[in-house]
Design a protein around this ligand. Structure first.
Ligand code: HEM
Length: 502
């Protein structure tokens, strides 16, 4: 009896797998034929020599950490736009500011490429991965929450955590080099938790280390799926242990935000934003829901929180870490920043209005974002036939804007591969095409978190630099970069020495 049941079970599963394999093969064939028809879009475009079926896949057939460097090098060799295809998937690459301006200001080009669907596993239809009418409406409702006039209320929280960080760093002062990113991660997590979701955490005391490493692992798994075509096939991915890991990671992350949402909903006051001085982003999203009932379900709010968390925590941490390493390697710019801080702030407690007047720090941050743009390759899906700079691009094509190539193009930058904040002197900026510098992207899909990110980064950097001087060994040329979900140093080391200022 048991034997018969097992046999029946195996037969059912065998039939099921046969059907699945047949569907996948049919899908591949349909995709192949469809992509062949897309290829007309590449006619007349230059690009690396293609191999049958593989296309240009050999460019990314290397160690994970080398993929990004290889792509950027390859993109620099051909005029923009160029063609590049991996296993019949055609990409058209742009690195010419005027063409990029057209892309970012065209409404038919606001849809994200299919590759972003892997981010949806965590972010759902949140602002980064979403598209269409829901994204448009949510962006209109949520963007004001990140405007300067709203986020200025969070300065006190940011300063408090920056001061805690400066205190904790005493244990590393006047000692050998250590990884500053570890401490910045925890400080930024506390800031983001308190201002965006409204929970006071003690990440700086190590209480959130498991959660933070879970988020980090989540980014890695999503990125692996984005760059490894075989992991993109759902049924293959589900056979790997990574599927289980991804599911568990999502449970932990969404579980954290679900718990927070339950707590905040209980204490959420319906007074509305005008009557209460300081309101977190989550409380303000609940305010919006009071007024616009179809704005977001609880599940969608969890997706918004996950999006804001991942968009802010990793980015602000990385850029602060890069900036400190740069100021450690280039002490002349650190000196200029610190002298300006003395003249603007003096011995007073740091206030938000001081941050506006720190031009040297602003130039250092801009130059850091030029060398290390958090999102160095931006992908879009063309939703209707379009013409860009005389090239006809049919609907369905994937476009890549290579911010990394534009940011290192010697036509726009006097010292493209060096750390040179003078690139942002007003006279230099005036001479450059505005789309030659796009660390926050631009247009309808531009970043909404820029003022919030700048406020966190400046508050942390000023507070650290007021107390310590920073040294870093080596030079920028010794520190090649790679990219997973963000840009990183290839060796993942943000080692600095800090010395107490007397
Ligand atoms: C230094 C810090 C940051 C940098 C360099 C940065 C950069 C970017 C870039 C390049 C994009 C476009 C991505 C794409 O098209 O695929 C983007 C989108 C976005 N960023 Fe940021 N970001 C930063 C911080 C933040 C912060 C703090 C938030 C706030 C929560 C935020 C929220 C978003 C959102 C919601 C989008 C999606 C916008 C849309 O597609 O409509 N970012 N960011």
């Amino acid at each position: 009896m048991l034997f018969l049941q097992v046999l029946q079970f195996l037969q059912m599963n065998f039939a099921y797998y046969c059907a699945e394999v047949f569907c996948i093969l049919a899908l591949f064939l349909a995709k192949y034929l469809w992509r062949k028809s897309r290829k007309c879009a590449a006619e007349g475009l230059q690009g690396p020599k293609r191999l049958p079926l593989l296309g240009n896949a050999l460019t990314v057939w290397c160690k994970d950490e080398d993929i990004f460097e290889n792509l950027v090098e390859c993109f620099s060799k051909y005029p923009s736009p160029m063609r590049f295809d991996i296993f019949q998937q055609l990409f058209i690459i742009f690195r010419e500011p005027a063409q990029v301006e057209k892309i970012f200001s065209t409404s038919a080009l606001t849809a994200k490429d299919d590759i972003y669907k892997f981010i949806k596993y965590f972010d759902g239809e949140g602002l980064i991965s979403g598209s269409g009418a829901k994204w448009k409406k949510d962006k209109r409702l949520l963007s004001p929450l990140f405007l300067k006039r709203n986020i200025v209320q969070y300065f006190g929280v940011m300063l408090n955590h920056a001061q805690i960080l400066a205190g904790i760093l005493e244990q590393e002062a006047d000692r050998p080099a250590f990884d500053i990113q570890h401490y910045l991660h925890r400080a930024v997590a506390d800031i983001v938790n308190e201002t965006i979701i409204g929970v006071q955490t003690n990440a700086q005391c190590g209480e959130l280390d498991d959660f933070l490493s879970c988020i980090g692992r989540g980014y890695q798994l999503v990125h692996e799926r984005m760059v490894k075509p075989w992991l993109q096939v759902e049924f293959i991915f589900r056979l790997t242990p990574k599927y289980k890991e991804l599911t568990q990671t999502r449970q932990v992350i969404h579980g954290f935000f679900r718990k927070v949402l339950r707590q905040v909903k209980k204490s959420h006051s319906h007074l509305g934003p005008k009557e209460i001085a300081c309101r977190t982003i989550l409380e303000q999203m609940l305010d919006i829901r009071d007024e616009v009932p179809d704005f977001s379900t609880d599940e969608e709010l969890i997706h918004h929180m996950t999006t804001f968390y991942s968009a802010s925590e990793d980015t602000a941490t990385s850029i602060c870490s890069f900036a400190l390493v740069m100021m450690g390697m280039y002490p002349e710019y650190q000196k200029r920043v610190v002298e300006e801080m003395h003249s603007v702030i003096g011995c007073e407690e740091l206030r938000e209005e001081h941050l506006q007047r720190l031009d040297e720090l602003q130039m250092v941050l801009k130059e850091t974002l030029r060398l290390f743009p958090i999102a160095p390759l931006l992908l879009r899906k063309v939703s209707q036939n379009i013409e860009i700079d005389g090239f006809n691009i049919p609907a369905g094509t994937s476009l890549v804007v290579s911010i990394q190539n534009i940011h290192r193009d010697p036509r726009f930058w006097a010292k493209p591969n060096d750390f040179y904040p003078e690139h942002f002197l007003p006279e230099a900026v005036k001479k450059r095409h505005p789309y030659a510098y796009l660390p926050f992207s631009a247009g309808a899909r531009g970043c909404i978190g820029k003022p919030y990110a700048y406020m966190i980064m400046k508050t942390l950097l000023v507070t650290i630099l007021r107390k310590y001087s920073v040294e870093a060994v080596g030079s920028l040329q010794d520190k090649p970069i790679t990219a997973d979900i963000s840009v990183r140093f290839k060796d993942h080391s943000y080692a600095v020495r800090i010395m107490k200022r007397v």
